[in-house]
Design a protein around this ligand. Structure first.
Ligand code: NAP
Ligand code: ZN
Ligand code: ZN
Length: 351
């Protein structure tokens, strides 16, 4: 076992604070990773504050992990010592059900094993995430970071990237489609980049008028402020596809009204409160409302390779671990441009 510095929340109302965990030596098919960077996802906040229920404390969050392989097990052949690798939202699954067999481990019938706030399948021990200096993971659940993407800008791809890439692909975003991205945060800014790269005409719908110039600089073709009621009149029935990344409760019906006949709105944001849905918002125009959760290992690798091929990476603000509680407050105010990423060297000094 290796004593490993980390940051943890002791409970749902506790700030994150220094903590110590043990990481095991790699088993035959595992790799030990020295973590370089870990992105800060809004899901970290939801789970640390137990907004979805069932949180396991103490909790070491972090599921946007990039690091270097430090050791590999005897039978592990996928990654070599020194390789730049990534770990996303899960570290294990049953490997046998139809979804695992199809490479969609996130929908495993027995439940994926979360990188943190989960339980190891073999032992039931809690899993701890990337706000720590190292992690031991089965090689099959480790991604290869392609050359040419800076490691700190790659980290958010492991959750924000795949969560937006996967539904655009699955629900068939086509070149020339009108795509609205609702919410310009960590997920939203990646959705803009992917939408543009896939040839869509992208409009950002945001509560923050101050993000207009950024939205256009990210490649969006248009921007509309959702605090302006006129926006919903003007854009009524205009979009083929909407991806909703909003983390807080908001009126789905208003956004559905912006879809054309046969349009699709995909929810990836996960507010903690249920929201009313008017049947007419779907029925009247044969619209679809869908959801999507991250993506499987194979598709995550495809997304990383797509990013390398298209020069796509996350726009990040690198922080020291000591700034994490302030970073959470800023995210809650929608004040992040566009992903906080923890420099784990700021934690290793305690190693
Ligand atoms: P984030 O960086 O905090 O961005 C969320 C954005 O939502 C904000 O920047 C803001 O954009 C908008 N927003 C916030 N409050 C709002 C409100 N009251 N009304 C309207 N818009 C509001 O968060 P994130 O990391 O991108 O995560 C977004 C959501 O996706 C979270 O709920 C997270 O848990 C979820 N998530 C889901 C998956 C999945 O697999 N489905 C994966 C990762 C994350 P504007 O300033 O532009 O309005
Ligand atoms: Zn996430
Ligand atoms: Zn399974």
């Amino acid at each position: 076992m290796r004593k490993t510095p980390a940051y943890a929340a002791a409970g749902a109302t506790s700030p994150l604070a220094p903590f110590s965990i043990e990481r095991r030596e790699p088993g035959p098919r595992e790799v030990l990773i020295d973590i370089l960077y870990c992105g800060v996802c809004h899901s970290d906040i939801h789970q640390v504050r137990d907004e979805w229920g069932g949180s396991i404390f103490p909790m070491v969050p972090g599921h946007e992990i990039v690091g270097r392989v430090a050791a590999v097990g005897d039978e592990a052949g996928k990654h070599r010592v020194g390789d730049l690798v990534g770990v996303g939202c899960f570290v294990d699954s049953c490997r046998q059900c139809r979804y695992c067999a199809a490479g969609e481990e996130q929908y495993c019938e027995q439940g994926m094993t979360g990188t943190y706030n989960g339980r190891e399948r073999a032992t039931g021990a809690p899993t701890y995430g990337g706000y720590s200096t190292r992690i031991t993971v089965d090689e099959d659940y480790v991604l290869r970071i392609p050359d040419g993407i800076a490691p700190e800008r790659a980290a958010p791809l492991l959750c924000a990237g795949i969560t937006t890439y996967s539904p655009l692909r699955h629900f068939g975003l086509a070149a020339g489609d009108g795509l609205a991205v609702v919410g310009l945060g960590g997920l939203g800014h990646m959705a803009v980049k992917f939408g543009v790269a896939m040839g869509a005409r992208v409009t950002v719908l945001s509560t923050s008028e101050s993000k207009r110039a950024d939205a256009l600089a990210l490649g969006a073709h248009a921007f509309a402020a959702t605090r302006d009621a006129d926006t919903f009149k003007r854009l009524r029935g205009q979009f083929d596809f909407i991806i909703d990344t909003v983390s807080a409760p908001h009126d789905y019906n208003a956004y559905l009204s912006l879809l054309k006949v046969d349009g699709t709105m995909v929810l990836v944001g996960m507010p903690d409160q249920p929201l009313p849905l008017a049947a007419g918002a779907l029925v009247a125009r044969r619209r679809r409302l869908a959801g999507s959760m991250i993506g499987g290992i194979r598709e995550t690798q495809e997304m990383l390779d797509f990013c390398a091929a298209h020069g796509i990476a996350s726009d990040v603000e690198v922080i020291d671990i000591a700034q994490i509680n302030v970073a959470y407050e800023r995210m809650l105010r929608a004040d992040v441009r566009y992903r906080f990423v923890i420099d784990i060297a700021s934690l290793s000094s305690a190693d």
